[in-house]
Write a new protein. Structure first.
Ligand SMILES: Cc1cc2nc3c(=O)[nH]c(=O)nc-3n(C[C@H](O)[C@H](O)[C@H](O)COP(=O)(O)OP(=O)(O)OC[C@H]3O[C@@H](n4cnc5c(N)ncnc54)[C@H](O)[C@@H]3O)c2cc1C
Length: 415
């Protein structure tokens, strides 16, 4: 199905191909195409990328050719303009084949949503063309050595105005897509101010800018193809139109909450892949003196039933949160993302662990995707907000005490 045709129909809102198929069908087709692409091209490369710990560049190329790099770019700018439910379906589907490819697409797509929410029309024109016409990718770098993103949104990387443009200085940790993306959205503090509510500023730094260096170290348990080393930005000069929105506005537009919703989609995709493998394995595995597969054992059936029920619950909460996204305000989005991430973390960790157990000792073989699923799930679930922060936030809302998903630092606790 040519992407152009999808876009045309979204624009026109008319029936599709004269067959009377509705928007829901078109959305399903977008997810189905992602599924075919994942099975045919993306999944077969996942073990290699995992082993080598490098950016999944060829898989990005496939996503680009099929239009998925522009899945969160508005239709008016030539993208797919996917609603959140369809988008989350795409990320979950790709994660079944390669969690790192899905996670990097999600990071990139979240930057697209920040541009939509905060950029000027001229900036949108410029940056979206980079994606739609030239297939460029954007990373998002917030994490820093001395600051916990799971607690507060505090940045020590500084941006300041200079010579009609901006200069960025600082050190970023976990720089996903380093040496792979074309732009890095760097989260900074304007003039180094500690008052993040008025100083937080995102700067779109072209990858080829002078003054960017990396140790290139990224050797982790899982999510190895997110390639996220430490990067130092020293006196990096960018043009005047490189910052997004007013200082302090980035956390008030209902986009940052989407990071966690996308992580939840990745967790569900990873868990589904582990389940699919384990269910298939027990149907084939025959252990002497039996002459039927272990799938006939009631104990194994109970384990598979347990995983199936939990996975269903994970899919339901994820889909429900995503479906309610567009109508939700910023606080509600925080809640929708928290509950989806919280529950899919618990379920994802359980499913990947038990799927490995069901497969048995051979489950630890690198040849089997269940081993990678286990490592990817454990690693991806480290990404903030942490479990205790999510339940705390949901508890506050349930108690009518308000609160947002992210907080700015209230300053140090004195000993
Ligand atoms: C695969 C992967 C990809 C990533 N990609 C990106 C990316 O593209 N961009 C990006 O910006 N970041 C990225 N990150 C980093 C991520 O967003 C987190 O910043 C990073 O994992 C550190 O978060 P943390 O809160 O777990 O660790 P820390 O902040 O070091 O916290 C460690 C522990 O201490 C606790 N803690 C923290 N502060 C306090 C306190 N004040 N009091 C008591 N306890 C405290 C935390 O709850 C946590 O349990 C990535 C991480 C991973 C694993």
């Amino acid at each position: 199905m040519p992407l152009q045709e999808d876009r045309q129909k979204e624009r026109g809102g008319a029936d599709y191909g004269g067959l009377g198929r509705g928007r829901a069908r078109m959305r399903q087709e977008i997810v189905d195409r992602a599924d075919a692409l994942t099975r045919e091209k993306i999944a077969p490369r996942a073990a290699m990328y995992d082993r080598e710990g490098k950016n999944p560049v060829e898989s990005w190329g496939d996503l680009r050719r099929e239009g998925y790099l522009a899945c969160a770019v508005p239709i008016a700018h030539g993208g797919m303009g996917l609603d959140m439910a369809t988008y989350i379906g795409v990320i979950r589907t790709i994660a079944r084949g390669c969690a790192s490819t899905a996670m990097t697409l999600h990071m990139h797509s979240t930057v697209m949503r920040f541009i939509d929410a905060l950029a000027t029309e001229a900036q949108k024109h410029r940056y979206y063309a980079e994606v739609v016409e030239r297939g460029k990718m954007f990373g998002s770098w917030g994490s820093e050595p001395a600051v916990s993103l799971s607690r507060t949104f505090t940045m020590e990387t500084v941006v300041r105005a200079a010579d009609g443009g901006w200069v960025v200085d600082g050190v970023k940790h976990f720089c996903t897509m380093a040496l792979g993306a074309s732009y890095y959205m760097v989260w900074c503090a304007l003039d180094g101010s500690g008052d993040m509510a008025n100083a937080l500023l995102q700067v779109l730094v072209p990858a080829e800018s002078a003054g960017i260096s990396t140790d290139g170290k990224w050797d982790t348990l899982g999510m190895r193809a997110t390639f996220s080393p430490t990067v130092t930005l020293s006196n990096v000069r960018v043009s005047q139109d490189s910052t997004l929105g007013k200082p302090g506005s980035a956390t008030g537009v209902g986009v940052v909450e989407g990071f966690a919703l996308g992580y939840a989609a990745v967790y569900v995709g990873i868990a589904e892949a582990a389940f699919e493998f384990a269910a298939d394995y027990v149907k084939k595995r025959v252990v002497k003196p039996e002459n039927v597969s272990v799938a006939n054992d009631p104990g194994v059936q109970r384990q598979i039933g347990d995983l199936e029920a939990r996975l269903d619950a994970a899919r339901l909460v994820l889909h429900d949160s995503a479906s309610r996204w567009e109508a939700a305000d910023v606080a509600q989005r925080g809640h929708l993302a928290n509950r989806a991430k919280y529950l899919t973390t618990e379920i994802g960790l359980h499913v990947t662990s038990l799927a490995l157990q069901i497969t048995g000792g051979r489950g630890a073989y690198k040849d089997y995707p269940v081993e990678r699923a286990f490592r990817d799930m454990r690693t991806a679930s480290l990404m903030p907000p942490t479990m205790e922060r999510m339940v705390e936030g949901m508890g506050k809302i349930a108690l009518g005490l308000g609160g947002s998903m992210f907080e700015f630092s209230a300053g140090p606790k004195n000993a």
